[in-house]
Design a binder for this molecule. Structure first.
Ligand code: ZN
Length: 473
């Protein structure tokens, strides 16, 4: 299916349904899709590209549409690769309304603030390096500053409630459905001009204790669908959990530190939940000293506890009994940077959960620099790692890696646990698609091999759009 028009050429107006793609096109990050319906422009997500070495370039490039012309931004969930470019959108003129679930709004604020902070830190570090080397400063300015992020907060308008139709404008209704991926995550169905277009957002695995199962919107004419694990079947959760406990026990008894790179949202809380459960059921030693070394994960964990109504039945039940499901014994939050740096002087016995999950930045990079070279230390990877990231290099067996400018020989034990994915696997994607029932589907948010593998399994007309491709619906 060839694109009918480049998105940039479209003019506002006319009651024609059009869609164009501005991120996560044949790759897994940077989600951003533009729908034109009922004379309005609706953006679904505006996320960061992650994992590439040309990040600034990718994130800072033209969006492929005029930010000032967008009327609504519907945010599916709070992961950085879905909300990270919102401050940039605002900086470039977006003045519309952002609609999201209440949990997504709260979590997205934390994520956007963290991204702002990381960019400023990185910029300062590059300036310091240039100064030390006596070179002229060439590092590009951060994509956006705190003021842009605060302005973005002001654009959040109505809260979406699962399954409650929300009229956006005359003849334009959006309905959010639980997508079971992280707290607050949603698939969004948009009804306009007698058609129903469903955006999957990121889809979770059914049967996870921390989340409700995905609730696919039905009777769609068009689906825009993620395909992260379009070519894979996940191991069962029980098997992965047993592997995780085993890795943790081996690592703890080896005597060195244990580093667990983790996404701050959902994954960090899920690990805390399972570690608490493991201690409770005598599968893990209560003597482990745990550190949640991520200000964002700490804030997110606090938000989790604040919204019992948004939680799965398992978590809600624990909260109602007065049990904090995310608080194993000997857990310490290290919010301050000095507390985190103090961990660098600990040579053994600490289990450190820190972000970012793909080790592309954040405090985990410092912990890897200090521990990767230690034979008694262990690193446990529990999440997806995109090509080009430090996590992926280590997982793929690199003998030595560059970390913060230093070459480090990898002597620590490396464990990779695959079954904790927050994303649906091939069978679950197929099931979701069958229930949505769309005769026409656009695959996004996947590497090409995963998309191809999924495309041949799905019914109907399937397209894999490239950046800025536009289609009439
Ligand atoms: Zn996500």
């Amino acid at each position: 299916m060839a694109p009918r028009a480049r998105a940039g050429l479209w003019r506002r107006g006319g009651n024609v349904l059009k869609i164009s793609f501005h991120g996560a096109d044949r790759e897994v990050t940077g989600s951003c899709h533009l729908l034109q319906a009922a004379g309005k422009r609706i953006l679904i997500d505006c996320g960061f590209y992650q994992g590439s070495r040309r990040l600034d370039e990718e994130n800072g490039r033209e969006l492929g549409f005029d930010a000032g012309s967008v009327d609504f931004l519907l945010l599916t969930h709070a992961h950085l690769d879905h909300c990270g470019r919102i401050p940039l959108l605002v900086k470039r003129g977006f003045r519309g309304e952002i609609v999201a679930t209440v949990a997504t709004r709260e979590l997205a604020r934390v994520v956007m603030l963290d991204a702002t902070h990381l960019q400023e830190e990185e910029h300062k570090r590059e300036l310091r390096h240039a100064e030390r080397r006596g070179e002229a400063e060439t590092s590009p300015a951060p994509l956006y500053m705190l003021v842009d992020t605060l302005n973005a907060f002001d654009r959040f308008g109505r809260n979406a409630v699962y399954r409650q139709p929300l009229p956006l404008a005359d003849g334009l209704v959006a309905t959010f459905h639980d997508s079971g991926h992280i707290l607050g995550s949603a698939s969004v169905a948009i009804e306009a001009e007698g058609r129903k277009i469903v955006f999957s957002g990121d889809l979770g695995n059914p049967g996870r204790p921390l989340l409700r199962d995905p609730d696919p919107p039905q009777g769609a004419d068009v689906a825009v669908m993620e395909s992260t694990y379009g070519d894979r079947r996940h191991k069962g959760l029980g098997e992965s959990l047993a592997e995780f406990y085993e890795a943790l026990n081996i690592a703890f008894h080896a005597g060195g530190n244990v580093i667990i790179p983790t996404f701050a949202l959902e994954r960090a809380q899920e690990l805390l939940f399972w570690i608490r459960d493991g201690v409770e059921t005598n599968k893990l030693s209560p003597a482990m000293h745990l550190f949640l070394d991520s200000p964002m994960a700490i804030s997110a964990t606090e938000i989790f506890a604040r919204y019992p109504d948004e939680q799965s039945p398992v978590v809600a039940k624990l909260l109602a009994k007065g049990v904090d499901p995310f608080a194993p014994p000997n857990l310490k939050f290290t919010r301050e940077r000095a507390e985190s740096e103090a961990l660098n002087r600990v040579s053994g016995g600490a289990v450190i959960l820190a972000g970012s999950g793909m080790a592309t930045g954040g405090r985990v990079v410092h912990h890897l620099r200090h521990n990767l070279g230690r034979p008694a230390a262990s690193v446990i990877f529990v999440g997806f790692a995109a090509k080009g990231t430090l996590a992926r290099e280590i997982i793929d067996g690199a003998r030595a890696v560059r970390v913060l400018g230093d070459e480090i020989r990898v002597r620590a034990r490396i464990h990779t646990i695959n079954g904790f994915s927050a994303h649906a696997d091939q069978a679950e994607l197929m099931d979701w698609h069958a229930r949505v029932g769309a005769p026409r589907t656009f695959l996004t948010h996947g590497e090409p091999a995963a998309m191809q593998a999924l495309a041949v399994k799905l019914k109907g007309e399937i397209a894999m759009p490239a950046f800025a491709d536009g289609f009439e619906l």
